[in-house]
Design a protein around this ligand. Structure first.
Ligand SMILES: [Zn+2]
Length: 424
């Protein structure tokens, strides 16, 4: 454990740097790093990391490099500017244990701007909260990781083992950014992902799969609608059947989600179809996200979804002969449990307690994170731990700045303890 004098010095260094940390977070939130448009944010981070003394590795994801690796998800379109940035602080003679700090800088679409109280890419601070798309999920968390390292430097130290900070993309759609880092060779004794966990550590995450379903119809003039087959209304019936499957999966239950009666959510996230109000629609496409439990086999789960749709189609006179087409694109992510009892978690828990004055709580997440790549495919313990955020993926997303400061302190103490320190 870090002694009191050093702990005080590190905490003071976080305090001294906090104004700059907030401004840095604002700069990052201002860059609208939506899927396919993350390159400017990566340029910004690569520049900042270099200026702060990190060795910077920045490369473009080549799907050919990763598509045969476990954990790969079929890519969506738009990989022209798919860059990943890693800043490394390497040691000549490492003594402590190495660490990867990983965070994603891609953000989800912000939706209609008129439904935000403040513009989504103008990070306004009100009552101690920073607002904006990505402020909570998870640009602030990524910056907590960076400024924990900066605080150690300000206090006159650097880690006594190799530390890399990864800025990945695609976390919200495939996870292929984190996978590309594994393919590139980045490994450490542990990984820390400062996702907005509400000052707590994640114990489990569900698996997530995306697919889209194309439904055909028979177009006729609406005057004779009875002779046609309405693709949009058929899609609604199929969606209803999928929700029945969702209930069945939730009923199976999982011990990690014993306190949650509906951890697996099937969500129609997008739908389009038809061409004309007075024509029975000939087509409909909907995109769905389904959740699966840790340990649930993805190939079996896909089969169950396809069987559900095929059986529903058989009950429909038109769809029986024109079955809906299912395409699995985007997330094909397994669930993951970070088993308790690791040394790295005990180290983080002690650092957390030193700052917050109470034990670190754990969370069972009903979404996914990139932790699965480290935990399942690189056999590294992966701790997901970060600040308090609200309305992530919604309107008026925001992050609690006091929580960011405390989390930065806890991460700085954790790095000091896990990696060890030496004079800068
Ligand atoms: Zn996130």
């Amino acid at each position: 454990m870090v002694d009191k004098a050093m702990s005080d010095a590190i905490q003071a260094a976080v305090e001294q740097g906090f104004e700059e940390q907030v401004a840095f977070t604002q700069d990052l939130v201002r860059l609208p790093s939506l899927r396919g448009r993350e390159a400017t944010a990566q340029d910004f981070l690569a520049r900042e990391l270099k200026n702060r003394g990190f060795a910077v590795d920045r490369w473009k994801i080549d799907v050919a490099d990763i598509e045969n690796m476990p954990g790969y998800s079929p890519k969506l379109d738009g990989y022209e500017d798919a860059y990943v940035t890693v800043g490394s602080l390497r040691c000549d003679a490492p003594q402590g244990r190495s660490l990867i700090i990983n965070g994603h800088i891609d953000v989800v679409p912000e939706g209609p701007h008129d439904m935000w109280s403040t513009p989504p890419f103008d990070p306004v601070i009100k009552d101690g909260w920073m607002h904006g798309r990505g402020a909570g999920d998870m640009k602030s968390g990524w910056v907590c990781g960076l400024f924990a390292l900066e605080a150690l430097k300000r206090a006159g130290y650097r880690p006594a083992a190799d530390v890399a900070i990864e800025a990945v993309i695609e976390e919200e759609s495939t996870g292929n950014g984190a996978l590309a880092c594994l393919q590139r060779g980045y490994r450490a004794d542990a990984a820390l992902i400062p996702e907005p966990m509400g000052n707590a550590v994640m114990r489990s995450q569900v698996g997530v799969m995306w697919f889209h379903c194309v439904v055909r119809g028979h177009p006729v003039h609406v005057a004779y609608a009875g002779r046609g087959a309405n693709a949009i209304e058929a899609a609604y019936r199929l969606i209803g059947e999928l929700h029945t499957l969702e209930d069945a999966w939730n009923k199976r239950g999982h011990e990690a989600y014993a306190k949650n009666d509906h951890p697996l959510n099937f969500n129609v996230g997008k739908i389009e179809g038809g061409d004309w109000a007075s024509s029975v629609p000939a087509w409909c496409r909907f995109d769905m996200r389904v959740g699966v439990f840790p340990g649930q086999d993805l190939a079996t789960a896909r089969k169950e979804v396809e069987t559900c749709l095929a059986e529903a189609a058989r009950k429909d006179p038109f769809l029986a002969n024109n079955p809906p087409e299912v395409v699995w694109d985007g997330f094909q992510a397994e669930g993951f449990i970070q088993e308790p009892g690791t040394e790295v978690e005990a180290t983080l828990a002690a650092s957390h307690k030193a700052i917050f004055g109470k034990d670190m709580e754990e969370r069972a997440l009903t979404g996914t994170t990139d932790a699965r790549f480290f935990g399942l495919y690189a056999k590294m313990p992966a701790l997901v731990y970060g600040p308090i955020a609200e309305n992530i993926h919604g309107f008026d997303e925001r992050v609690d700045l006091a929580s960011c400061k405390d989390v930065t302190k806890a991460i700085a103490l954790f790095i000091a303890d896990w990696c060890g320190l030496r004079p800068a």
